[in-house]
Design a protein around this ligand. Structure first.
Ligand SMILES: *Cc1c(COP(=O)(O)O)cnc(C)c1O
Length: 240
């Protein structure tokens, strides 16, 4: 059951984030409606998520398949994005659980998802994915290196059961939010390059998933179509 006091708090947090998205979009001459808010709900318990959905937070992001499955069975009315690394042995379960897998970080994983999607119902939709890019070349981060993605795109474009909607990145930790801007610019420019004359054209969608609690307004200024916000909605996570 949704708790009215919790719903009110989360609705206020949602409004505040949407307000910042709206302001950032206006600064960039963009329509705020072109930005999707994903509420990143990892470590947040199901009781609170039931209230979150009642507060209008209906797109939830999780970073672990198993944790998400447990929540999906209980929290109704939400759609779910996978934002964390996907091991190939969990690919089939991820396809069943998530409306969008944002974290495809290798050709092998893409090919596996494509095969699994082909095995599924012939009439089913293609599997919706984003390609995660390690824009900053951070050794601690997953994702395609930008140049490697340029090379891999023809192979990815040939995967007929995948709907590659765009790119995703996790920015590096920076002291000031403004320092995240070059990462977001680089992802946008990479997307334009990949979709341009040298790239695979329409094989790659226009989504840009970038920006988290500390820097999502800057990401929106630089063209984010999806922002993934956890702490700014749910508060700090306990370490677990
Ligand atoms: C946890 C997480 C987020 C949300 O981070 P916050 O700082 O809580 O907003 C976004 N994207 C990914 C990939 C994450 O793992």
């Amino acid at each position: 059951m949704a708790d009215p006091a919790v719903v009110a708090d989360l609705a206020a947090a949602r409004q505040a984030v949407l307000g910042h998205i709206g302001d950032a979009a206006a600064r960039a001459g963009r329509n705020a409606g072109s930005v999707t808010l994903v509420a990143v709900s990892k470590t947040v318990p199901v009781e609170r998520l039931t209230s979150a959905v009642a507060a209008g937070l209906t797109i939830l992001g999780e970073n672990r398949v198993q944790e998400a499955e447990a929540k999906i069975g209980v929290v109704t009315g939400a759609t779910w994005h996978l934002v964390g690394p996907l091991q190939s042995n969990k690919a089939k379960r991820a396809l069943a659980a998530f409306a969008l897998i944002e974290s495809v970080d290798s050709v092998e994983l893409a090919e596996r998802l494509n095969r699994l999607a082909a095995d599924a119902d012939a009439g089913a939709d293609r599997a919706a994915v984003l390609l995660q890019v390690n824009v900053d070349g951070d050794p601690a981060k997953a994702g395609f290196a930008p140049d490697a993605l340029v090379d891999a795109l023809p192979r990815l474009a040939a995967l007929e059961r995948l709907d590659v909607r765009g790119l995703m990145t996790v920015g590096r930790l920076v002291e000031r939010p403004a320092d995240a801007r070059p990462t977001f610019v680089a992802l946008r420019e990479l997307s334009e390059r990949l979709r341009g004359p040298e790239g695979a054209g329409r094989a790659l969608g226009t989504e840009l998933s970038m920006g988290m609690s500390d820097d999502y307004p800057i990401a929106v200024e630089e063209g984010a179509t999806i922002v993934r916000v956890g702490r700014a909605i749910f508060g700090d996570r306990d370490h677990h």
